[in-house]
Ligand binder design. Structure first.
Ligand code: KIV
Ligand code: ZN
Length: 387
């Protein structure tokens, strides 16, 4: 089965979330957990950016036994040298070099012509290749780059020795159809004597990060970059747990697999949430507590009859405890009966006909009905109920 590799950049792009600053000890713990979770590559930091980043890439390079480690570098020799030093002790490493290719970045930020950008790519990829077997090239803001120039930039990197081409939707500008077409165009026009791994790096500015990543997979990308819980610059990055869950749940459609151990997902998510001090939104796909809660009577009844009516993923499969059936004004008698049984009441259908209207009247006034509330409703019914 086709394998989709997961490249985790929680420690680099994820740390670009406003207010997030992981300590080196936290980064090493996160990297070990990411290794347990099953990611294939960990971007441990941007070694030139700060002493903390340099030391954490170094510490993670020493701590990990199997997962590949990378550092990030601009097209600058000093950045590449910092990556060489920081990853020196790694058993499995690569380098990730990038430069912006879009007109706005070329003119406003880099002050470079197209020819100068191509020259930098050629020179610095060749330099990096002397030290790393695997050189990954990312055209930053690729999705706002002229398609022809994007092909030229990637071809230049490949001719200089790059084996991974990572298409960055840096400002979350693309959409699934357009992003897929970007991969089609690259794969059709790029020539290489060796195998190229195409990769996608998406941001969530318009809420498309996961959808765009999935489109990339459908159009030839064998690797997805992202972060745990989708943290990252501005609106964040592709949430890797969402991609892993899509591939697992919709294997019939995508016909591929990852190395992710889904049962480790909650533990991984909790660790990032704790160290980043960013709570996971309650309704977050895959790992939010509400992802496995059923509120309305119709859904509760369906779920109680057959879980698969309203759950395509089980909480246990992602390491969460169990499904919640909260009781509220929309709950039906099936869910109330079930909860009464859980707290010890054996209620007959006749008794339920008296209890349920009282429950409804109470539930209409509150957000949620607790077990204590249920006990009170039961005592107000003044009937003999087996307990
Ligand atoms: O979003 C981006 O363009 C990046 C690159 C460094 C890949 O994070
Ligand atoms: Zn990014």
């Amino acid at each position: 089965m086709r394998k989709i590799a997961m490249f985790d950049t929680t420690l680099r792009d994820g740390e670009q979330t406003v207010g997030v600053n992981f300590s080196i000890a936290e980064k090493v713990k996160i990297a070990k957990q990411l290794q347990n979770w099953g990611v294939d590559v960990i971007e441990a930091g941007f070694p030139i950016a700060s002493p903390n980043d340099f030391q954490s890439v170094q510490a993670i390079s020493r701590a990990l036994s199997t997962t590949r480690v990378t550092g990030l570098a601009r097209m600058k020799q000093k950045d590449i040298d910092a990556c060489i030093k920081a990853t020196a002790d790694s058993k499995n490493k690569q380098i990730h070099v990038f430069i912006a290719t879009s007109p706005i970045h070329r003119s406003a930020k880099l002050h470079m012509s197209k020819a100068q950008v191509l020259h930098e790519i050629d020179e610095k990829v060749r330099y990096a290749k002397q030290y790393f077997d695997i050189v990954q090239f990312s055209p930053e803001d690729a999705t706002r780059t002229e398609p022809g120039f994007l092909v030229q930039a990637c071809q230049t990197a490949i001719d200089a020795g790059a084996t991974v081409i990572n298409i960055a939707d840096t400002v979350g500008y693309s959409n699934p159809a357009e992003f897929g077409a970007t991969f089609d165009n690259l794969i059709q026009h790029i020539q290489s004597p060796h195998k190229i791994t195409y990769s996608a790096h998406c941001h969530n500015d318009l809420g498309m990060a996961t959808a765009n990543a999935m489109a990339a997979i459908e159009h030839g990308a064998d690797r997805i970059e992202g972060t745990v819980n989708g943290i990252g610059e501005r609106a964040g990055n592709t949430a890797l747990e969402e991609v892993a869950a899509q591939i697992k749940v919709r294997q019939d459609y995508y016909q591929c697999a990852t190395n992710i151990d889904m049962k480790q997902t909650k533990a991984t998510s909790d660790m990032i949430s704790e160290f980043a001090k960013i709570p996971v939104p309650k309704n977050k796909a895959v790992i939010g507590p509400f992802a496995f809660s059923h509120e309305s009577g119709i859904h509760q009844d369906g779920y109680l009859k057959n879980h698969q009516t309203y759950e395509i993923l089980t909480p246990e499969s992602v390491g969460m405890k169990h499904t919640q059936i909260p009781l509220g004004k929309l709950s039906g008698s099936h869910a109330v009966h079930e909860r009464l049984a859980q707290i010890g009441y054996t209620v007959t259908p006749e008794q339920m006909r008296i209890i349920f209207p009282k429950f409804k009247a109470f539930a209409d006034q509150v957000a949620l009905v607790s077990n204590d509330d249920l006990e009170q409703i039961m005592s107000s019914c003044e009937m003999k109920v087996a307990k």
